[in-house]
Design a protein around this ligand. Structure first.
Ligand SMILES: *[C@@H]1O[C@H](CO)[C@@H](O)[C@H](O)[C@H]1NC(C)=O
Ligand SMILES: *[C@@H]1O[C@H](CO)[C@@H](O)[C@H](O)[C@H]1NC(C)=O
Length: 311
C-alpha cells in the first residue's frame, strides 16, 4: 500500500517541524524563571509589568516586575495560591518599596527602611513566617501573608526610640512598655475575611499613616493592576500604634516591593594601576587601562592603553 499524496505531504511537513523543533531545543534552553531577576538576566530590556514565574516546586504564580538599570523590585500577586519562595525574589534587606492605592485609583510608593539609629539592622522579609519577629494579630486568620519586620524582638523589646524610615524621613516613637511588635504585614486573605483583634479598639496614630503621607504619587503609566494590592496590618508597640487597612478609609490596599540587584563584578575593583572597570552583567567586565598598562586587568606594563575583556 502506498500512501497518497496528501498523507505524504503531511508526513514530510511533520518531519520538518519536528526537525526544526529539535534544532530549536538544542540551541535554546528556555530556563525556568524563579524571579524578576531571572527575567531581567534573560532579557535586560524587559519592560515593567506582570510576569509568571515559578516557585521551587515549579508551580506558577504572578508577579509585577519593576526594572531599573541592574536592579529592580518584585511585587507578588494577592491571587497567588501556591507557596512563595520569597528568598528568590530579593538580594538586599536594606530597604523595600511599599506602594499603596487610594480609593480614587491614585497609586504612590515609598522607600521603607530602618531608622538611622539602626544603620546595620536588615529588614525581615518573610512569606507566612516571622522568624525572630513578633507574630501579627491576624496571622492565622488572614494567612498566608508577606511579613516586613523592622526590629526583631531581641532589639525591639527595649524602652527606647523605634519606628521606621519612609522616603528618607525617620518616624520615631518611644517604646513605652517594651512591647516588641515592629512590623508591617500584607495579607493574601483569600477568603476575604474580616480582621480580628485590636481592630475595633486600638490605636491609630500619626506613625500608622506617615508611610502614606510621605509616599510619592506614581505616574499612571507605572500603576500596577489591583491584584497586587493587599489588606495590611501595622503594629509598633508599645505606644507606636496599631492599624489595619480598615482604619484608612481612603486606601484600597498596599503592596510590598522587594529589591533585587545584579551582582557587580566591578565591586571588587579588579582593574589595577588606575584602570576603570565596566560591567555588562553579573560576571562579565572589562577594564579600560591608562597609558602604559595593558592586560585584562591592566596588570601588565605595556606601551599603550588597551581594553582587556573578561567574562
Ligand atoms: C523567562 O523569562 C524570559 C524573559 O522574559 C522569557 O523569554 C522566557 O521565555 C522565560 N522562561 C520561561 C520558561 O517562561
Ligand atoms: C519601571 O517603572 C519605574 C517607576 O516605577 C521607572 O522608574 C522605570 O524607568 C521603569 N522601567 C522601565 C524599563 O520602563
Amino acid at each position: 500500500m502506498t500512501p497518497d499524496k496528501k498523507t505524504l505531504r503531511k508526513n514530510s511537513s511533520t518531519m520538518f517541524v519536528l526537525l526544526l523543533l529539535s534544532v530549536f531545543a538544542l540551541s535554546f534552553v528556555d530556563a525556568v524563571n524563579h524571579s524578576c531577576k531571572d527575567i531581567y538576566l534573560a532579557n535586560p530590556s524587559a519592560t515593567n509589568g506582570t510576569y509568571t514565574i515559578q516557585n521551587r516546586k515549579n508551580q506558577p504564580y504572578k508577579v509585577y516586575c519593576e526594572f531599573h538599570n541592574k536592579f529592580g523590585y518584585t511585587y507578588v500577586s494577592k491571587n497567588t495560591a501556591v507557596e512563595v519562595n520569597i528568598n528568590d525574589l530579593f538580594t538586599t534587606q536594606a530597604h523595600v518599596k511599599v506602594r499603596h492605592v487610594k480609593a480614587n485609583g491614585v497609586q504612590a510608593e515609598t522607600i521603607m527602611e530602618n531608622i538611622k539609629n539602626y544603620p546595620n539592622q536588615p529588614l525581615g522579609i518573610f512569606y507566612n513566617r516571622h522568624d525572630g519577629y513578633a507574630a501579627s494579630v491576624n496571622a492565622a486568620n488572614l494567612a498566608p501573608y508577606l511579613y516586613l519586620g523592622f526590629l526583631p524582638i531581641s532589639v525591639a523589646n527595649h524602652a527606647n526610640p523605634q519606628g521606621y524610615r519612609s522616603n528618607g524621613h525617620d518616624f520615631v516613637f518611644v517604646n513605652c512598655d517594651r512591647n516588641p511588635n515592629s512590623y508591617f504585614v500584607f495579607y493574601f486573605n483569600p477568603n476575604h475575611k474580616l480582621p480580628i483583634g485590636y481592630v475595633n479598639r486600638c490605636c491609630e496614630s500619626t506613625l500608622m499613616h506617615s508611610w502614606i503621607t510621605t509616599a510619592t504619587p506614581l505616574p499612571p503609566a507605572h500603576n500596577m493592576p489591583d491584584e497586587f494590592y493587599f489588606d495590611y496590618e501595622i503594629h509598633f508597640g508599645g505606644c507606636g500604634g496599631y492599624a489595619f487597612i480598615h482604619h484608612h478609609n481612603d486606601i484600597n490596599g498596599a503592596s510590598l516591593g522587594v529589591r533585587f540587584e545584579l551582582a557587580d563584578p566591578c565591586k571588587s575593583s579588579p582593574c589595577q594601576n588606575g584602570g576603570s572597570c565596566f560591567s555588562e552583567d553579573e560576571t562579565a567586565f572589562f577594564c579600560e587601562c591608562p597609558e602604559g598598562f595593558i592586560g585584562e586587568t591592566c596588570n601588565v606594563k605595556g606601551d599603550h592603553g588597551n581594553m582587556g575583556i573578561i567574562g
